[in-house]
Write a protein that binds this ligand. Structure first.
Ligand SMILES: Nc1nc2c(c(=O)[nH]1)N[C@H]1C(S)=C(S)[C@@H](COP(=O)(O)OP(=O)(O)OC[C@H]3O[C@@H](n4cnc5c(N)ncnc54)[C@H](O)[C@@H]3O)O[C@H]1N2
Ligand code: MOO
Length: 477
C-alpha cells in the first residue's frame, strides 16, 4: 500500500481506515522511508541520543553507555505498589465512600454486595396468563392481577385469575397458564389448550418464579473489588440499594509546564501549541481519575512550588521540566518539598526522564517529560498503575501479538512503539519519535519492544490504548 497524503481539499473523512493507516505506516514501501525521526525519532531507537551527560549517565557521544534508569517493568510495579507502602489503606486504595447508584458507575465495590431482600421478594408470575389452582378447567375471577398490585385473596381449588408478568401470584396458586396456552369457553371457564403437554392440567409451579429463586436476603451477590458496570447497578437496585460503598476515583491535577506553549492558534516565533493540555485530561479520565484541575504553570520554580503547595489532588501530573535544562524545575521543587523520589528515570524510550514521587502520605506526583509521546509513555508506565491501585481496579490482562514488521531496538532500554492491530498482527507505525503524536494518533496499542529490537513475527506484549479496546480500559465516564 502506498502512503498517500490527502490532496488539497480532500477531507480526512474521505480516506478509508486503511488509507489513514498508510499515512503512518510504510512497511511496504522500503524505498520511500521517511527521513529523520519520522521513523524512530531523535531518541526513539537510542542510536544518536539527545541526552546530555549528568544524571542520566550518557557517554560523550550522547548515547548512554549503559542502561539508564529503573527497568521498565520494575518501574510499573513500583508505581502499582507505591500506595500500598504509603500510610493509607492496606490494599493501597483510597478510603471508601458511599455514593448514590447514579454516581457509582466505573468505580470498584469496597464492600461486598449483600442482598437486602429475597429476589424475587414474592412468588411472581413469569408470564402473562392466568394464575390457576389445581387441575383445570377453572372458573375465572372477574378482577385480574397486575404487576405492582397488593396481595389478592387466595385461590380456591379450580379457580383462576388473569395475571400479568411480574405480578405477585395469589396464595395457593399452583401454576401459571400462559395466555397462548389457554382459552375460555362460552360459559367463561378456562381450559388449557393442546399446546400444553397435558391439556387438562399444567405442571405444578410452572411459570411461577418462587420467592428467593435468585437470592435470599443476606446472600453475597458480588465480592469486594467488583467493577461497577451497568448490570451491577441494576443488580444493586434490584437487591434494594440506593447507595453503594465504593473506592472513589483518584483526584488528579494536571500542571502543564512550559513558557513556550500556546493555548490556541498557530505556532510562531519559537512558541508551539500545548499538545498535552488537551491530551491528558481525557486520558486520565479513561484511566479512572477525576480530573479536578488543569492549569498552565510558568517556568519559574516558585510557580510550581506554589501550585503544588495549594493542590490537594491525590495525584499531580506535571508535564515538562523533568530533564536537566535551565528551566527544568521538577526535581528542585520536589527536593524543596521534601518529596520521596520513588522512580527517577526509567529505561524506556521514549520518556526516560519520567519520574514518580511521593509528596506526602496522601499525594503523589507523576512527572511526565515534555515531549508529547514521551509523556504518553510516562502516562502508561507510571500514572496508569498508580491510578489503578488507588482506585482498586484490577490490572488488565496482558496479551501478545506477533509484530508484522521488524522494530529497531534501543541497545539497553525497552521501547514503547505505537502499533495498529490488524487481524492477529500488530503493525508498527511510523512517526513514533518522542516529540511526535502522529503515530499514536493512528494506533490501537503500544508494543513493548525489548532492548535490541524485534524481528518480524516477534510476539510483542501489547498495552491497549483506552479508546481501542472494549476489553481493557473500558471507560464509562
Ligand atoms: N541534558 C539532557 N537533556 C535532555 C534529556 C537528558 O536526559 N539530558 N532528555 C531528553 C529527553 S529524552 C526528553 S523526553 C526531554 C524531557 O524534557 P523535559 O521533561 O524537561 O521537558 P521540556 O524540556 O520542558 O520539553 C521537552 C520538549 O517538549 C516540548 N513540550 C513541552 N511541553 C509540551 C506540551 N505541553 N505540548 C507540546 N510540546 C511540549 C518542549 O517544547 C520541548 O521541545 O528532555 C530531553 N533533553
Ligand atoms: O526521548 Mo525522551 O526518551 O523522549 O523521553
Amino acid at each position: 500500500m502506498t502512503p498517500r497524503t490527502p490532496r488539497a481539499g480532500e477531507d480526512a473523512d474521505d480516506l478509508g481506515v486503511e488509507e489513514a493507516l498508510a499515512l503512518v505506516n510504510d512497511a511496504h514501501t522500503p524505498g520511500d522511508r521517511p527521513s529523520g525521526d519520522r521513523t524512530h525519532g531523535d531518541d526513539g531507537a537510542g542510536g544518536s541520543g539527545s541526552h546530555g551527560s549528568g544524571s542520566h549517565g550518557a557517554s560523550a557521544s550522547g548515547a548512554p553507555a549503559h542502561r539508564d534508569g529503573t527497568d521498565w517493568a520494575e518501574a510499573r510495579a513500583t508505581a502499582a505498589h507505591a500506595p500500598r507502602r504509603g500510610g493509607g489503606h492496606r490494599g493501597g486504595h483510597l478510603p471508601p465512600v458511599s455514593v448514590p447508584l447514579s454516581s457509582a458507575l466505573g468505580l470498584t465495590l469496597a464492600a461486598p454486595l449483600i442482598a437486602l431482600t429475597d429476589l424475587p421478594s414474592f412468588d411472581t408470575s413469569a408470564m402473562d396468563g392466568w394464575a390457576v389452582s389445581g387441575p383445570g378447567p377453572w372458573d375465572v375471577r372477574e378482577e385480574g392481577v397486575l404487576a405492582g398490585h397488593t396481595a389478592h385473596a387466595p385461590l380456591t381449588d379450580g379457580e383462576a385469575v388473569r395475571i400479568a408478568t411480574g405480578a405477585r401470584v395469589p396464595p395457593d396458586t399452583t401454576a401459571v397458564l400462559r395466555s397462548e396456552h389457554g382459552r375460555t369457553d362460552d360459559k367463561g371457564r378456562l381450559h388449557a389448550t393442546a399446546a400444553t403437554r397435558a391439556p387438562h392440567t399444567v405442571s405444578h409451579g410452572q411459570d411461577i418464579r418462587p420467592r428467593g429463586q435468585e437470592c435470599r436476603n443476606g446472600d453475597q451477590l458480588l465480592p469486594v473489588g467488583t467493577l461497577v458496570t451497568p448490570p451491577v447497578l441494576g443488580m444493586a437496585a434490584a437487591a434494594g440499594y440506593d447507595t453503594l460503598t465504593v473506592v472513589p476515583r483518584p483526584r488528579a491535577a494536571v500542571f502543564v509546564l512550559g513558557d513556550e506553549l500556546l493555548g490556541e492558534g498557530l505556532p510562531h516565533e519559537g512558541l508551539i501549541r500545548d499538545a498535552l493540555g488537551p491530551l491528558l485530561p481525557p486520558w486520565l479520565r479513561a484511566l479512572g481519575a477525576d480530573v479536578v484541575d488543569v492549569r498552565r504553570v510558568g517556568d519559574e520554580e516558585d510557580a510550581l512550588h506554589q501550585a503544588l503547595k495549594g493542590c490537594d489532588a491525590d495525584v499531580v501530573v506535571t508535564t515538562g521540566g523533568t530533564a536537566a535544562g535551565p528551566v527544568d524545575h521538577v526535581h528542585p521543587t520536589l527536593r524543596r518539598l521534601g518529596a520521596e523520589l520513588l522512580v527517577d528515570g526509567v529505561a524506556v524510550r521514549p520518556g526516560h526522564p519520567m519520574l514518580l514521587a511521593r509528596i506526602s502520605e496522601k499525594q503523589y506526583l507523576v512527572g511526565l517529560p515534555g515531549n508529547p509521546l514521551a509523556a504518553v509513555s510516562g502516562l502508561v508506565t507510571l500514572a496508569e498503575p498508580l491510578l489503578r491501585t488507588l482506585a482498586a481496579r484490577p490490572a488488565p490482562e496482558g496479551y501478545t501479538l506477533p509484530l508484522r514488521d521488524a522494530v529497531q531496538g534501543h541497545p539497553y532500554d525497552t521501547r514503547l512503539v505505537p502499533v495498529a492491530l490488524r487481524g492477529d498482527r500488530a503493525l508498527p507505525l511510523l512517526y513514533n519519535g518522542p516529540a511526535m503524536l502522529r503515530g499514536i494518533a493512528a494506533a490501537d496499542a503500544l508494543a513493548v519492544v525489548p532492548p535490541g529490537g524485534a524481528k518480524p513475527g516477534y510476539e510483542a506484549e501489547l498495552l491497549d490504548l483506552p479508546w481501542a479496546s472494549g476489553g481493557i480500559g473500558v471507560c464509562f465516564t
